[in-house]
Design a binder for this molecule. Structure first.
Ligand code: COA
Length: 339
């Protein structure tokens, strides 16, 4: 028994912040942002919206694509580092908003790898027979933890949410394997220091801007390319697959150059790599489920395809998941044509 994804959905806020808007806010240029990151624009949530609101819209869009009803969901997991509040979990707010009457709920904090960590946990619950139907959402409002005076970070991130509904299957398809890694010794490369038990919020932490995300971009970049390449190779080796058997790579959308460098090292042509970073920037835990839903809607995922998802983020954490698309059931007409 394993999990299969039976529906995907996403939601991004309406407001678009372009590179030229940013030129009026910090000392930067459209050319620098596009060349160094591949980003043209990103979405920014309305001040009334929180993570559970974005998550709710993404989940509703996923429910539209399946017969499964909200009441059938037994567990809801939200991957986020920008939840509605430190507690309760954003998953609890979402459980309430969607009326998931019999669902357990918790959040996962693995930064940009959060969705894939969540996918692995959900798959484990399904493989163990604990739950049959799980809602997993990646939802982020990185705009809320962005220092809009720091040009080295504020140009890179955006807000959004993506959702998948998972169900148990006995077939040899669905989530084939998941692979999770971490290295806490490099936590300082990407972190938010204030507001936790180490540095509780005070006038001092606010004065020192400790409630904003900090990143050493250049070092993070190098570690990301190295670790992602080796994790993808391990994932393929473990499943006795060759790079050529992958029909689509859906990477976390952090930086166009990270995506290109990883694909080049692996020998994957760019037409087999899904990208939407130009429109959304880095939406952290929401990036992979948004990309996955867009790939599904654009018809980029065909029957029997092997798809590889990979992500890298704060922690440091990194992760991958190999998915095989379920073969569509043929209708009676199609069966007779095949015969
Ligand atoms: N506009 C213009 N110039 C900028 C700038 C901006 N928005 N941000 C930084 N610069 C400047 C720097 O100050 C530096 O100037 P200096 O040489 O005079 O000191 C110069 O550009 C180069 O900075 P550097 O940080 O070395 O650039 P880079 O090529 O590494 O690109 C990132 C910066 C952040 C785009 C890149 O490092 C990156 O994407 N890193 C990974 C980030 C990531 O993936 N994080 C999330 C993981 S989930």
């Amino acid at each position: 028994m394993r999990a299969k994804i039976i529906a995907t959905g996403h939601y991004v806020p309406e407001r678009i912040l372009t590179n030229s808007d940013l030129e009026n806010m910090v000392d930067t240029s459209d050319e620098w942002i596009r060349e160094r990151s591949g980003i043209r624009e990103r979405r920014i949530a309305d001040e009334k919206e929180a993570a559970s609101d974005l998550a709710c819209e993404a989940a509703k869009n996923a429910f539209k694509k399946t017969d499964i009803k909200a009441k059938d969901i037994e567990l809801v997991i939200v991957a986020t580092i920008t939840g509605d509040m430190p507690f309760p979990a954003t998953a609890c707010h979402l459980q309430h908003k969607l009326g998931l009457k019999k669902a357990a709920a918790f959040d996962i904090n693995a930064a940009c790898s959060g969705f894939l960590y969540g996918l692995s946990v959900a798959d484990g619950f399904i493989r163990s027979g604990t739950y049959k139907r799980i809602l997993l959402v990646g939802a982020e409002l990185i705009s809320r933890i962005t220092d809009w005076e720091d040009r080295t970070t504020c140009v890179l991130f955006g807000d959004g949410a993506g959702a998948v509904i998972l169900e148990s299957t006995e077939e040899d398809r669905g989530i084939i394997s998941t692979h999770l890694r971490s290295d806490g010794s490099m936590w300082e490369l990407l972190h938010l220091p204030g507001g936790g038990s180490r540095y509780p919020t005070s006038k001092e932490t606010i004065k020192k801007k400790m409630h904003y995300l900090k990143m050493k971009g250049n070092e993070t970049f190098k570690v990301a390319v190295r670790t992602l390449e080796s994790l993808v190779r391990e994932t393929l080796e473990e499943n006795k697959l060759k790079v050529s058997q992958l029909s689509l790579l859906i990477p976390h959308q952090a930086n166009l150059r990270i995506i290109q460098a990883t694909a080049k090292r692996l020998g994957i042509p760019m037409d087999r790599v899904f990208m939407n970073i130009d429109r959304y920037g880095n939406t952290s835990a929401a990036s992979i489920p948004i990309a996955l839903d867009e790939a599904v809607r654009e018809g980029r995922i065909r029957d029997e395809d092997y798809i590889l998802l990979e992500a890298f983020g704060g922690g440091l954490t990194w992760a991958s998941a190999l998915i095989k698309k379920k073969k569509k059931k043929m209708t009676n007409d199609q069966i007779s044509i095949t015969k």
